[in-house]
Design a protein around this ligand. Sequence first.
Ligand code: GLV
Ligand code: GLV
Length: 322
Amino acid sequence: MRIYSTRKLPEKHIQSIIHNIDGVEVEMWPYEDKPISREELVKQVEHADGLITMLSDSIDEEILAKGTKLKVVANLAVGFDNINLEAARKHQVVVCNTPDVLTETTADLTFGLLMATARRFGEAISYIKNDQWNSWSPYLLAGQDIHHKTIGIFGMGAIGEAVARRARGFSMNVLYHNRTRKEEAEKSLPAQYVSLNDLAEQSDFVVSLAPLTNDTKNTFNKEFFQKMKSTAIFVNAGRGPVMNEADLYDALTTGKIAGAGLDVFEKEPIGANHPLVGLPNVVAIPHIGSASIETRTAMIQLCFENVLQVLQGKEAKTPVKR
Ligand code: GLV
Ligand code: GLV
């Protein structure tokens, strides 16, 4: 049986996972920092029983149809908007993601991004690098307070709850909006469920962790930003297309909101001349939410476990729930 990974992953982890399983071979796209070409993916999927994919690979009808031996796709991410689930069901391919193992790590990054944006780390780091620090002054790089403020979380899944716990540690008031109510979290945190409108109007920090779906796409648009406080900060550590970047740019440049911390973008990767990157009140980082060495290793391990379970005729550990 052949497992193909669309990105080069560390051999030593892979060997330790598959060493005692007969008849399984693993092949990989040879580059760690360069995505597989479409052409190569189409070619490789024809011979694969299991596929390990990245969030930057589009696993669509064409790919799934070409994979005549394919039984399982394990995405190295908790999100799976890059995979056509309908087509996977039609072709009887099990789709897996990596929930839980990345929850706390992604919450750390999200809260760090909130803090970096509120306290203007981006500008502050450049300030010294550009040799601008000539004196201490009372309002030098003065930002927004975080403690005792109101955070509004859009997308209250496991990561949303983990961010909310961090926010409670900073004595923040926690609001959230989600497809379904989280009554246990409401009591234990505590957190308050609000409408999207109230989330916009009452939050000092709006934090998006929602997956990309037809329902969430373009949620953060002109209309939403207009309702936010002019001192408020928008943070997106979920998926880029949940926000409208042109509308966000306008909101940031016309003073409708105070700043934005972004780990994700509409179309990734972005370059240095992306309009949002040029704004002083934006902290932009390259989709690194779950990127700790421990967590990426756990995610890779979970992907292989999922693939092996399915190829051995067992239930996957973390199949995507439809
Ligand atoms: C990262 O964005 C993920 O979905 O895991
Ligand atoms: C700042 O460093 C202070 O002493 O207030």
